[in-house]
Design a protein around this ligand. Sequence first.
Ligand SMILES: Cc1cc2nc3c(=O)[nH]c(=O)nc-3n(C[C@H](O)[C@H](O)[C@H](O)COP(=O)(O)OP(=O)(O)OC[C@H]3O[C@@H](n4cnc5c(N)ncnc54)[C@H](O)[C@@H]3O)c2cc1C
Ligand code: FES
Length: 270
Amino acid sequence: MPIDVAARVIANRPLSSDYNVLALAAPAIAAAASPGQFVMLKAGAGSNPLLRRPFSVFEILRDPGGQPVGLSILSKRIGVSTTLLYDAREGQRIDCLGPLGRPFTVVDPPSEAWMIAGGVGLAPFATLAAALRAREVRSTLFYGARRAAELFYLDFFRELGVELVLTTEDGSLGERGRVVAPLDRRLAGLSPADTVMLYACGPEGMLAATARTAMKHGRPCEVSVERIMSCGLGGCYSCVVPMRGEDGAAHHVRSCIAGPVLRGDQIQWG
Ligand SMILES: Cc1cc2nc3c(=O)[nH]c(=O)nc-3n(C[C@H](O)[C@H](O)[C@H](O)COP(=O)(O)OP(=O)(O)OC[C@H]3O[C@@H](n4cnc5c(N)ncnc54)[C@H](O)[C@@H]3O)c2cc1C
Ligand code: FES
């Protein structure tokens, strides 16, 4: 069962003029959360915004004894809620419901794990990288952004032993271009005996390209989809995604409860 709390803001760290990391005191949600799950946040007390908005659980925050004390979210400012979250003050309360949705399938060795993130799509991979590290899975993060200043938390992933493959659209760090290009090359270089699981989160075009690249190379791929979500609980159907089942039959799923993590080869990409 999801837990609903008026979570106190522990800290709010701006990473740039648009991105911030907001730490919330929500120990019960943090203790129950798995990589890829999300919370619904009501960023303001009034009626604007009227509805909560979905955010991936970014980090599980722990006390010195290792007990979960809260969670953080990585937010990109694009509208009313994310502006309020960017400006949130320490001590303020934010309604937080979670954990929600279906998490990633965390693999075990000898499988490798390759995470593919575009922009704020980095958000679910901090907890996933920590879970993979705990299982001693060899992990790589393919991480793309518009420019170097929008690539965050690189040392965090390096400290977890994650290999980084970086791309920027302007070439200011890593390879110039889109993140799927080095992914495609690496997949082409794998031996058939090597097992790898792909996990992707980012803009829809990047997810579609990643899923198609995975299919081309016959590799499994889970994607975390970002639909507009009004309730997060399966009640409003604002978040449906067209899918094709094992038998080829078309159907729709509510991505807040069947996802946000879905099999890339089962989505009907536009
Ligand atoms: C499962 C899930 C996890 C997410 N995790 C994160 C996260 O970790 N960090 C983060 O910054 N964002 C995340 N998002 C996206 C986040 O929910 C939206 O950025 C947020 O709802 C915007 O709220 P707002 O009130 O600021 O914008 P609004 O004022 O509601 O909208 C501003 C503009 O953005 C458009 N828009 C809003 N949401 C979406 C969307 N999901 N897809 C396409 N266009 C949209 C609106 O149509 C409008 O044009 C996630 C979304 C989902 C579904
Ligand atoms: S967000 Fe309401 S059904 Fe998915």
